[in-house]
Each structure stands twice: as C-alpha cells, then as structure tokens.
Design a protein around this ligand. Sequence first.
Ligand code: ZN
Length: 420
Amino acid sequence: VKADLLIHSAAELVTATGPGPCCGPAQSELRVIRDGAVAVVGENIAAVGTSAQLWSLVGANTKLVDAKGQVVMPGFVDAHTHLVFAGSRETEFERRIRGDSYLQLMAAGGGIMSTVRATRAASLDDLVMQSKRRADVMVAHGTTTAEVKTGYGLDTAVELRMLQAVARLGSCTPLELVPTFLGAHAVPTEHASARDTYVSLVVDEMLPVVIAPATGVAAPRFCDVFCEEGAFSVAESRRVLEAARRLGLGLKVHADEFGPSGGAELAADVGALSADHLAYCTPGGMSRLAKAGVMAVLLPGTTFGLGQQHYADGRALISAGVAVALGTDLNPGTCWCESMPFIVALACRYNGLTPAEAIVAATLNAAHAVGLGERLGSLEPGRQADLVVLNLPTHQHLAYRFGTNPVCSVIKRGIVVVGS
Ligand SMILES: [Zn+2]
C-alpha cells in the first residue's frame, strides 16, 4: 500500500513511545529519528522511520510534505481548557495588578461569576463564534486535541448550551474536543446562601441530564470539580464526583491551586484520572497520587497569568512516580493562553521539567489525561496521524525559545490543516 501522505526530511522526528502514561524515568524517554519521516494512510500512521526507509511508500498519488530539516512531533494535546466562554476580564486583570487577589475578586462578584453572566447572556451562535476564534489560534499553535470544560453556565440550561457549543465547535474546526462537565466550578450568586441546594442541583438535576444529551449536544466524558477554599469543600466535591462516577463518567479535580485544599488526596480517594494544578500539593498528596495512579496535569500558564511565583513542583511529582501532563488552562480570568509551546517553555523553567519530559507531558501523557492515550499522542504505526512540523533545529529549542510561534504545519487525521 502506498502512502496518502509522506512527511519527510525531518532533522528530528521526535516522539514519546507508548503505551504510557509515562512516569518516573520513562517520562523523559523520547525516540528521536534523524532525517525522519512519517507515512500516513487515510487518517492513521502507517510507518515511521528514516526518509530513506520510507521512500518506497511514495506512489503517484502520495502528497509530500518536506519538513526541510526541522522538527516533526505529535500534535499537542491540551489536557485542560475552559475554551468555551463569552466576554473577557481585562479590567479584573488590571485590578489584580493593583493588588486584589483572585479570591477577593471572586468574593466581590467578579471572577468566575462575571464570565457566567456573559456566558448566560450569549446566544449559542455567539458563544460558538467567540470560542472558534480561540480554537483557531490553538490549532495555529499546534494543538490538535483539547479537553474543554463547561462551568460558566451553572444552571442546567446554560451548561447544556455550553455542551451544544462544544458539539458545534467540533464540527467547524479541526480541533478534536473532549468535553468535561464542570457544574461545580463555582456556587452561582443565586445560590450563595444555600450552597447545599446548588450541590444538590448539580448532583440530582444537571448530571443526569448532561450524561444523556439530545442530538447536537456533546456528551461529557469527564466530571471535574473546583476543590478549593472559596469554591467547593472536599466533602462537597466528593459528593459530586461520587455521583458522576456512579453515572459512568471519568473524574478530574481542580486540586491544590491556591493552597493545600485536600484535592490531591480526594482525587486519589475517588480514583480520578487526573488531579490538575497542584501548585500547593504536599509531599503526602504526591505519594497518594502516585499510589492511586492519578495523573498530574500541570498548568503553569495560570501561575504565570496571575503573576505568582508558587509553581507546581513537577520535579517532585515525577520523582514520586506521578505521570505528569500539561495543559494551558485557557480561560478568561487567570490564563488567556492558547499556546502549548509557551506552556512547555514555562514547564521547563518553573515546574522543573526537562524539554524531553515536557514534550511527553504535552503529547502522550496529555492524551492519556483526556482518555485518548490509546489513539493519540505519539507517532507510531496504527495511531491517528496528528502531527506538527516546527521551525526549530532540535526538540530542545521548543522549550529553549519562547514568545513566538514555531509551528509551520499542522496535520490532523492525515489532513494538512495549517501550512502546506
Ligand atoms: Zn481550570
């Protein structure tokens, strides 16, 4: 069989190797093929090797992509985003620079609730249009798959509208989306005096409705909870997660973002797939994650976006045996960043990851963190042909440089969607 597409002449063809998720020393194991090539048949990778080895797969109808001595690697998987939202919060950003904390802004009715008001007021078309602009920027920066959360509706109708927006977005961008239900993102203003009523609404009304959606509404694969002081307590979070687990959803936790919230321990207790943020995760929390096989999704863009210095200790997590993944946490309050290359650069400086570890974290481990590690995140025969060509001489340059976009081509399911 001849290839439909051959990407050839890569200075380095770089990939994690499965099955993964990779933890401990395996987190830094990259396969690097010089003068590398990838042959694609249909949507999938048929062969990986040197350009000379794969040249026999070129036929009359094979499309050729010359990587011109640059880096070829798997498309980025962004393991944690709040891509769907309406409006923006640049005034809050200014207030924060002047000294207001995130939790103070939230208590003053700003923070998440201001995005909830904007999202509730937006029509479906508007929500899709605003989110599509960001999705296009993500693809231009090499992201081929992204997790996307609800959590700006905080009532059943608008949470469903967000899932409808996810379905529409999935059909109008090349970005593959993995939806997560985050009804427990914040207690909305109308329930502020009766928190239990809101948690009951999430458990008894929203969860059963979102897991059996109507046509045109994306079905969530995961349930997430914001377990933090000012958001949901460990007990409230546990109630939501256990209900979601009974309904068959995978679990995620926003854990230990602003303080040791008990979120990591909770994630281990309930058997979550991932605990995300972990800036204040304790050594005890890390060993609980390792023992329970919970992945860590680090979001250094958020710490950077808040102008804070307390980054998650990725080095300690890897030493503890936790598989580390990366995400942007793209959201309008703390981190409006679509760029996984920038997140890789931050992870190497502030989370203590090496370039190789960060690349595994942003590809194969991130794919596992969104439940798609069997199909995505590495360049191996039989996997989906999602890859990027980067205008860089070696993979270390991906972390070494920052602030510009190194992506020159993006291929999703065997189709060139950026570049040529
Ligand atoms: Zn988040």
